[in-house]
Design a protein around this ligand. Structure first.
Ligand code: PLP
Length: 500
């Protein structure tokens, strides 16, 4: 680990002097806290200019790349270390989005980096037509993190690919075709998973999604039903409810919607139900406590298997459990994962039961990079690091602190409609006003979002209407980092409200 002074106002980076003096203005403002110190010194940036990168991005990259670029004034990233990112001008950012909930234990975590380097020197690539230790070590280690009978692992390169395979396995195993997902969900962008994804922004006008159906998302804040006891979170909605303990009328209504889908849209036998334990791209939407339990029962009665998409919620991010499904007290038949599995190295996996796995093995499936030796060595080190660094506990502690403090802002500011989530999977839904719950318009969202970035913090956006700020940092952040973000967030919301 490199050690030296590298504070937001620190003089140590000669090459970044101008940037720091400008940044000082953002990082320390009159009433908020100062960016927490960091003792890592990034390398001097000597590569391409910002103008050159933008030029190439515009002329040589598919326009999609520009379309998804965050911020009017984009962030040009140079280097990362744990929860910190530096841009090409030497500005330091607190990264609370982790490359979309992906950097699980910290950017370039020294232990994980060492494991990668060690493996890169030994063997970069071979495929699973040969037998090599890293794949087997990791498969056994990953399986040990699951309860019986979820013990059979298949590796992929991404979350979309894992979900593609889960769809295939479910159909092969059940002999049925139809799959149900929740509206507002994101399960991938491949032609197959586009059918599972239920968000118009990610849909194309092509024939896709045959056999894929949606049911109403049991969103207890935005949906037609919801109260103040529904969800498994330290924070409940601002809606009233007269339910007695253990009896959630909202849950009954949303389950009623699912029954309606069974009655009207699918054959009597179905292949699967796909659900994230907490919606990710959908904006950290949480369901009533018993929703998944009852849904799994109804799906199994119709011959379907239940699939938990843990691409965002896995690996301890929700704090209370290693897997998000455990917080719902359900046992899926299949679990898909990616993102945090390898701290940002491309990898995914499907874990299922021996019976379902056997149905898949009736044909032949080959995947050149699935279970790549470097990916497996990294993922194995990530599992060790999660344990050694206590990141699940950090998620629980820092996440609960963030949620509790954000809820105080919600009570104070009319445009903060909902604060929700568990651990470090947090959503802050912004509204025009609390009475209407109408989404805060895009220009207002983008104003606040840009301001937060200019003050040195990177967060994400999501929700069907782009109305929810998403906080999913590397799970190594501290309470001090959280307090810095809270000061920045409050300042951004406050100054937007004063200006409008
Ligand atoms: C819940 C969920 N499932 C699947 C995916 C697709 O993963 P990938 O982008 O690795 O294909 C994502 C990506 O954001 C996701 O959030």
């Amino acid at each position: 680990m490199q050690k030296a002074l590298c504070r937001s106002r620190g003089p140590s980076l000669g090459w970044a002097k101008d940037a720091f003096s400008k940044f000082e203005h953002f990082a320390k403002f009159h009433w908020a806290s100062e960016m927490p110190p960091c003792d890592f010194i990034p390398e001097e940036y000597k590569e391409m200019s910002k103008a050159q990168m933008l030029e190439i991005r515009k002329n040589y990259c598919n326009p999609m790349t520009m379309k998804v670029t965050y911020y009017k004034k984009p962030v040009y990233i140079h280097q990362g270390y744990m929860q910190w990112l530096w841009d090409v001008d030497g500005r330091r950012y607190l990264d609370l989005f982790a490359g979309v909930a992906t950097v699980s234990v910290g950017h370039c975590h020294p232990k994980v980096t060492d494991a990668a380097v060690k493996q890169l020197r030994r063997l970069w690539h071979t495929t699973n037509i040969y037998v090599y230790s890293t794949l087997h070590e990791y498969a056994e280690k990953l399986a040990a993190h699951f309860p019986d009978p979820l013990k059979v692992v298949y590796f992929t390169n991404s979350g979309s690919e894992a979900n593609d395979l889960a769809m295939l396995m479910a159909r092969l195993h059940t002999g049925n075709f139809d799959i149900i997902t929740l509206r507002g969900s994101y399960h991938g962008g491949s032609p197959q998973t586009m059918g599972l994804t239920s968000n118009a922004a990610y849909k194309y006008p092509i024939a896709s999604g045959l056999g894929c159906h949606t049911t109403m998302c049991p969103d207890v804040f935005r949906g037609p039903w919801g109260g103040c006891h529904c969800r498994d979170s330290p924070i409940q909605t601002i809606r009233d409810c007269s339910c007695s303990p253990g009896n959630c009328q909202a849950n009954d209504m949303y389950i009623g919607q699912l029954k309606e889908v069974f009655a009207t849209s699918v054959p009597s036998r179905i292949a699967a139900f796909f659900g994230e334990p907490i919606q990710g791209v959908g904006g950290a939407v949480q369901y009533p406590k018993n929703y998944l339990k009852e849904t799994y029962k109804l799906v199994r009665e119709r011959g379907g298997v239940c699939i938990a998409d843990e691409v965002q919620t896995g690996f301890g991010r929700t704090g209370s459990h290693f897997w998000g499904f455990q917080g719902h007290e359900v046992m899926p038949d299949m679990v898909t994962m990616a993102k945090g599995i390898a701290n940002g190295y491309p990898m995914g996996a499907v874990v299922t039961t021996p019976e379902i796995a056997a149905s898949f093995a009736k044909g032949v499936h080959f995947n050149t990079f699935g279970g790549n030796p470097v990916a497996c060595a990294i993922a194995s080190s990530v599992l060790d690091t999660i344990k050694e660094d206590g990141t699940q506990q950090i998620s629980a502690d820092v996440g609960t602190h963030l949620l509790t403090e954000l809820a105080k802002f919600r009570d104070k500011y009319e445009i903060i409609g909902d604060v929700r989530g568990k651990g470090l999977q947090i959503g802050v839904e912004m509204v025009k006003d609390k009475a209407s719950r109408e989404p805060l318009p895009a220009d207002a969202m983008s104003h606040i979002f840009e301001d937060i970035k200019d003050m040195g913090v990177l967060i994400g956006k999501g929700g069907v209407y782009g109305q929810t700020f998403r906080i999913k940092p590397p799970m190594c952040i501290t309470k001090q980092d959280a307090d810095f973000f809270l000061a920045v967030f409050r300042h951004a919301v406050h100054s937007y409200m004063e200006q409008r």
